[in-house]
Design a protein around this ligand. Structure first.
Ligand code: UDP
Length: 246
């Protein structure tokens, strides 16, 4: 049924939104009095969540959780669960940046190897000169530095914090600090800063349209093969499980 507002895949609850609806919802988040969280699980993340109940809870407490990854859409199709479309996190981020540019809002980029957030910020600022880069920092730190990092971010008072620490670290970080993070929205963006920085290329449109972005990624970064074996495992599990919502 395509009118379901949420759909569960292996216990991870997705908001059944299109890219445009995700953007509209994000815009409403910007005037909320408390921090709103956005997560974009793909099949790999759903599989991690299946092994890590705390992580599953974190995802399920997200304010907007969108299906990133063709595997989620295919699993939904196979079980007639009605997920409307794939909603790539990087495209949601693009619309959020456009909004920030229109509305003169500020962003903080947190994550990636040293230098990545700086380069991403430069590219973003060139494309969206009317948004403010409140601050950047890399994603490699000791546990003991967490509160200092939180203070640094809060001092800059960004409207949005993009957290690129990879899953499940980024979602858990956002969840841990959601009561004290002084921003309107925090979003886990995985490798998106690497893409913005120009270190990783997004697949050409034809791959994206065919749902083969994962394949392009594998061709470009063969070292991801081990990690990507989780995708066929996800699909096999999705096909052979009778009720995949639970
Ligand atoms: N990363 C980080 N700190 C860490 C681990 C990872 O900042 O402790 C960054 C890493 O440099 C990369 C991003 O997190 O920029 C995760 O990228 P990945 O390709 O895993 O993300 P995906 O888009 O596949 O979720």
């Amino acid at each position: 049924m395509s009118d379901k507002s949420t759909v569960k895949i292996f216990g991870v609850k997705f908001d059944n939104v299109t890219l445009d609806e995700a953007n509209q919802r994000f815009i409403t988040f910007m005037s909320s009095p408390r921090l709103k969280t956005i997560y974009t699980p793909n099949p790999e993340i759903v599989m991690i969540a299946n092994e890590d109940p705390d992580f599953k809870t974190v995802l399920n407490e997200g304010d907007m959780v969108v299906p990133d990854g063709i595997g989620i859409v295919l699993a939904s199709k196979a079980h007639h669960l009605g997920i409307k479309s794939r909603v790539p996190g990087i495209e949601v981020m693009g619309l959020m940046l456009e909004y920030c540019n229109r509305a003169g809002k500020s962003i903080y980029l947190f994550g990636g190897k040293p230098g990545v957030a700086e380069s991403a910020a430069e590219k973003i600022h060139t494309k969206y000169p009317n948004l403010t880069i409140a601050g950047v920092r890399d994603g490699y730190f000791d546990e003991g530095q967490e509160l200092k990092i939180l203070d640094e971010i809060n001092e800059k008072k960004p409207d949005i914090v993009f957290v690129a620490l990879g899953a499940p670290k980024q979602e858990k970080w956002i969840h841990r600090h959601k009561k004290t993070l002084n921003a309107s929205v925090a979003m886990g963006v995985g490798g998106a800063l690497d893409v913005w920085a120009g270190n990783v290329k997004r697949a050409p449109l034809i791959f994206r349209k065919l749902g083969l972005e994962w394949f392009y990624r594998l061709l470009k970064q063969p070292s991801r093969l081990g990690r990507m074996m989780i995708l066929p495992k996800f699909m096999i599990k999705a096909i052979f499980t009778k009720h995949i919502e639970g």
